[in-house]
Every structure is written in structure tokens, then in C-alpha cells.
Design a binder for this molecule. Structure first.
Ligand code: NAD
Length: 312
């Protein structure tokens, strides 16, 4: 018993260290990955194999994909090549073996909303992002690059290449398999590294350049666009449904023959944002509706008194 408090504090501290989670207000922005000055992620092969088998165990994938074969296809695409000299098609044997159909009405794309999109997708239980599929899950947040010399990869530095084909190719395979209603979460209060406002629908994004053009028109019913605004940004927003870059997206989609439904800050996503910021002014309407402890106690007392009086 005496050991409980220190132990629970230790566990709490450890959990915070491992997850890196804080009570900071949720951002719709992108989680930072490894920097370009570092090389291939240490233990890449072990992480790849562990994630690959773990994912299949979790989702009961059947028939099982052989993760060692998958690693060979992945490693073969870039190893013993110059780091910036890998073609997108080199990864195709890997994606062909690792990509499955996404369940109908589940596909979710994101652009500028990495953190919120993944909190909401719930590791694929609510919606499926690319990172909730086998290839995306295996490689998310990792870094790698080839080297013409043994062992075939560079573990000290990966240059910032103009051509980085892995994620665009992953997005292509993922988008080609979307069916039914699809969803995209965009950031209506997006800012660049210097803090300047950016478009929610960026024409240079992977969503615009790769995912939209890869959709199979005959398999898609509706594209639902969710425009998310940070809790601390004041309306009116210049980037919202029908305004700014969203009207451009509207035109592109109707020209391509897609049905689009755009919503600003759908309530379920506002609630998701409020999970981490319950006292933000936009969240307090929810918080203040919760019965206070005193109210519960007084109600209970009233019921007891009324029961006693009625019994007399
Ligand atoms: P975004 O602008 O928010 O970019 C998302 C991430 O992709 C950022 O970390 C960005 O640095 C990186 N990125 C952008 N272009 C890239 C490229 N050519 N090669 C490698 N990385 C690149 O949104 P976006 O550009 O629309 O991309 C998001 C969509 O594409 C999502 O649907 C996502 O599933 C997929 N994607 C995922 C990853 C990932 O690391 N998991 C990376 C790129 C794209």
C-alpha cells in the first residue's frame, strides 16, 4: 500500500515520457518527424517487422502477409541506390503486396491536420487514414535513404531530396482503393513555419496532387470536406466552406463530376478538439452543462426528503 503513490507517480511520469502527451491545446497541425540531418532510423528492419506482424495480429489479417518478404520488397526499392535516385515505381512491388481494399465509407484523407485526423480516426476503428493501413502504419514517422555502398543505406545523413516518392506512391495506392463516401480533413487556420496564413486546400499538397486525381470516380459517392479551425482562432475565418481555397476545391470537384459536401467544424470534431482543451471558451458550453457535484448532492438529498415525507 505504502508503495502505491510513488509507483503510480513513476508510471504517470513514464507514460508522459513515452507518449510525449501534454495538456496543451490540440493543434490541427503536423507532428514533426525525424529531421533531414539524421540518417536512416536506427533498427529500421526490426521496427518494420515488429509493426508489420503487430498490425496483422491486431486486425486479424487473413491470409497473412509474410513480413520478411515485405521487408525484402521495401528494402530492395532503395538500398544500394543513390539516396535521391529512387523511382516511385521501385516501391510498387511493396505496395502491391501490402495494400488492401479499405472498407466502404471509411477512407479519410487529411492535409495540415495530422494530429487531429489521427486522434479522430482512432487507429482505423472510426475512419481509415493511410497511416491506419498496413504500409502507412509500418513506415509512419520513420526515415530511410539508400547508399551505393554496403550496407546499402545511409545511417548518418539523409539528404533533403526534391523527389521523395514513397509517401506520394503510398497515397496513390490508398486513394485508388477508396469506395463510397470519402472524407477529408483540412486546416482552415493553417500557418507556415513563419506564422503566415496558408490555404486550407493547397494545390501543392499530396492530397491535391496525388490523392484527388487517384480517386476512382465510379466508386465514390460523395466527398465530405471537413474544415477545422483552431480553438484559439477568431471567426470570421477567411478559409472556410465556400470561401478562399475551399471555393477552388468546390470548382475542381464539380468539374471532375464529384458530389461534395463541405462542413466547417463538425460538432464531433469540435468535441474531439475539446477533449484536450475543456476550458477553452469554445468548449465551456459543453463543460458547464455537466452537473456539478453540489447539484448532484442536493438532488439526492431532495429525493430522500420527499420519500421520507411521502412515507409519513
Ligand atoms: P501536409 O501538407 O499536411 O503534409 C503531410 C506530411 O507530408 C508533412 O509531414 C510533409 O512534410 C510531408 N510531405 C509533403 N509532401 C511530401 C512529399 N512529396 N514526400 C514526402 N513527404 C511529403 O498534407 P499533404 O501534403 O496533403 O499530405 C497528407 C496526405 O498524404 C494524407 O492523406 C496522408 O495520408 C498522406 N501522407 C502521409 C505522410 C506520412 O508521413 N504519414 C506523408 C505524406 C503524405
Amino acid at each position: 500500500m505504502g508503495n502505491r503513490l510513488p509507483l503510480s507517480l513513476f508510471v504517470l511520469f513514464g507514460t508522459l515520457c513515452v507518449t510525449g502527451r501534454t495538456n496543451a491545446a490540440p493543434r490541427a497541425s503536423v507532428r514533426s518527424g525525424p529531421t533531414e540531418s539524421t540518417g536512416t532510423t536506427p533498427h529500421l528492419q526490426e521496427i518494420f517487422l515488429g509493426r508489420c506482424w503487430g498490425f496483422q495480429q491486431l486486425w486479424q489479417v487473413s491470409p497473412e502477409v509474410n513480413c520478411t518478404n515485405l521487408w525484402d520488397k521495401f528494402f530492395g526499392a532503395f538500398s544500394y541506390h543513390e539516396p535521391c535516385d529512387v523511382m516511385a515505381s521501385s516501391y510498387d512491388p511493396f505496395f502491391q503486396a501490402a495494400t488492401f481494399e479499405t472498407p466502404v465509407n471509411k477512407t479519410m484523407f487529411w492535409s495540415g491536420t495530422n494530429v487531429l485526423a489521427h486522434a479522430y480516426s482512432d487507429e482505423g476503428h472510426r475512419y481509415r487514414t493511410l497511416e491506419d493501413t498496413l504500409p502507412g502504419h509500418i513506415l509512419n514517422g520513420l526515415q530511410w535513404c539508400g547508399s551505393p555502398r554496403a550496407p546499402g543505406y545511409n545511417d548518418t545523413v539523409c539528404p533533403q531530396c526534391e523527389n521523395r516518392p514513397f509517401w506520394p506512391e503510398a497515397s496513390k495506392f490508398f486513394a485508388q482503393r477508396a469506395r463510397g463516401d470519402v472524407f477529408v480533413m483540412l486546416n482552415g487556420t493553417r500557418r507556415d513555419a513563419s506564422g503566415n496564413p496558408e490555404d486550407a486546400f493547397r494545390t501543392t499538397s499530396i492530397f491535391a496532387r496525388v490523392e484527388l486525381p487517384s480517386l476512382n470516380k465510379n466508386a465514390i459517392s460523395t466527398i465530405h470536406v471537413w474544415v477545422i479551425h483552431d480553438l484559439d482562432a477568431d471567426p470570421p475565418y477567411s478559409e472556410s466552406c465556400g470561401k478562399g481555397s475551399l471555393s477552388q476545391l468546390d470548382q475542381i470537384l464539380s468539374y471532375d463530376g464529384f458530389r461534395m459536401i463541405c462542413r466547417d467544424d463538425p460538432p464531433s470534431l469540435r468535441h474531439q478538439q475539446c477533449v484536450d482543451a475543456p476550458y477553452s471558451p469554445l468548449c465551456t458550453s459543453v463543460t458547464s452543462k455537466a452537473p456539478k457535484k453540489n447539484t448532484i448532492y442536493i438532488s439526492f438529498l431532495s429525493v430522500v426528503i420527499v420519500s421520507i415525507v411521502l412515507n409519513l
